[in-house]
Design a protein. Structure first.
Length: 401
């Protein structure tokens, strides 16, 4: 199992705090927005003397609320509670889905850079990732269909994408999804789509893969309330599919782990009553954060930063020799005005060895005031690192040439 690039530097951050440094956490997708009050109110009003197991596929009232949200806000009219299995976060939803449809030795195609845990999930099942490499210079857009065709073998069983994307923030267009649809139908593959960031889109239009009726037996959507409602610790996700055989198999895994979190569903059900005004306000806040962060990064010497179309992440190319080394140095040896910044090294978001060594993921989950201070740290850190730590000349121009 690989270490998480998002969490592996935590011991260094803990040590930095013990040394009196303030650490700006831009390494993990934990929004600083408060979890809406209705979540806490629903839990506080829950009556009963025993906190018991819930059904293995989740409470029916929660699945019904989730399905209603899909019909009213995602525009998918033909889904109901029976199309959902509730899981312990989106991570468990993807694990159950992959293990229900792929065997050890199977191949899954994933565009990279990819969410780091995809690599860990596949590793735990001895499932082989066939990466489709996208580039920062082309804003991480999908390559031509021919590259997918070349990657497919008799062992290929599925394609996995995240839309909008973590770690790049890339928002897939309807045309790109149609290209994937054609490949899936031609080769009879499963298509996993992680849509947990669908509310976070800026400028472009989100298009759910569930809109393609012809893919009803092929598509498995991964969802979660973690990001949408700033409720990461509730640990409530979902598998959404119209393929009953897939759901029946996933349920066996769900039964083996007994049940998803009861309190998370009790509080989470109330969140679905918030409505469009809430989603719009969150999008407005993160859109402003994105614009501020991109503007600051583009003003730094030797930084390449595409404009993300969704989620709340971006992957930047820094003018340093190695971001694994740089991100650890930030926590161990650097401070600016009593603070430092924690980033996620880019190499952990690639399954191909050697890629991502000049990149880092930044999660713009802090308010603008804190982002400004974090960028002051980062800008001064890059200058100091290049002057006192790097032994080679600038790598930035070399990697682009």
């Amino acid at each position: 199992m690989p270490s998480s690039p998002i969490r592996k530097l935590v011991p260094y951050a803990d040590k930095a705090r013990k040394q009196g440094k303030h650490v700006f956490h831009l390494n993990i997708g934990q929004p600083d927005l408060p979890t809406p009050d209705v979540f806490w109110k629903a839990i506080s009003e829950e009556s009963g003397s025993t906190l018991s197991y819930c059904p293995s596929n989740g409470y029916e009232f929660y699945r019904e609320k989730f399905a209603k949200y899909y019909r009213e806000f995602v525009g998918i009219k033909d889904v109901d509670a029976d199309n959902f299995i509730i899981t312990t976060g989106g991570s468990e939803a993807l694990i159950f889905s992959i293990f229900s449809t792929l065997d050890a030795g199977s191949e899954i195609i994933i565009p990279e850079p990819m969410y780091a845990n995809y690599i860990g999930f596949c590793s735990s099942g001895n499932i082989n990732i066939k990466p489709i490499i996208t580039s920062i210079e082309k804003n991480y857009a999908l390559p031509e269909i021919a590259e997918f065709e070349h990657a497919i073998t008799e062992n290929t069983k599925a394609i996995l994408i995240c839309n909008p994307n973590n770690p790049t923030g890339y928002l897939y267009t309807k045309e790109e999804l149609e290209r994937l649809k054609d490949i899936v139908l031609k080769h009879d593959l499963f298509l996993f789509v992680d849509e947990v960031y669908r509310e976070f889109t800026y400028g472009g239009e989100f298009y759910s893969i569930l809109n393609f009726e012809e893919l009803k037996d092929h598509v498995i959507v991964i969802d979660s309330i973690s990001k949408r409602f700033s409720a990461c610790g509730a640990r409530v996700g979902a598998i959404v599919s119209r393929n009953q055989e897939v759901l029946d198999t996933c349920l066996k895994f769900a039964q083996a782990r007994l049940s998803p979190p009861s309190l998370g569903q009790i509080g989470g059900a109330a969140l679905f009553d918030l409505g469009k005004d809430y989603y719009d306000s969150v999008k407005e806040e993160f859109s402003a954060r994105r614009d501020f962060l991109v503007g600051r990064l583009l003003n730094m010497e030797g930084v390449l930063c595409p404009q993300p179309g969704g989620a709340f992440y971006l992957l930047v190319k820094l003018d340093v020799d190695n971001t694994d080394k740089f991100c650890q140095w930030l926590l161990e040896s650097f401070e600016y005005e009593g603070s430092t910044v924690m980033l996620a090294p880019g190499s952990g978001f690639y399954s191909t060895p050697g890629l991502g060594q000049y990149e880092a993921r930044i999660a713009y989950v802090l308010k603008e005031e804190d982002l400004a201070k974090a960028m002051d740290c980062l800008e001064n850190a890059i200058k100091e690192y290049k002057t006192n730590v790097m032994t080679s000349d600038s790598v930035f121009d070399q990697t682009l040439s």
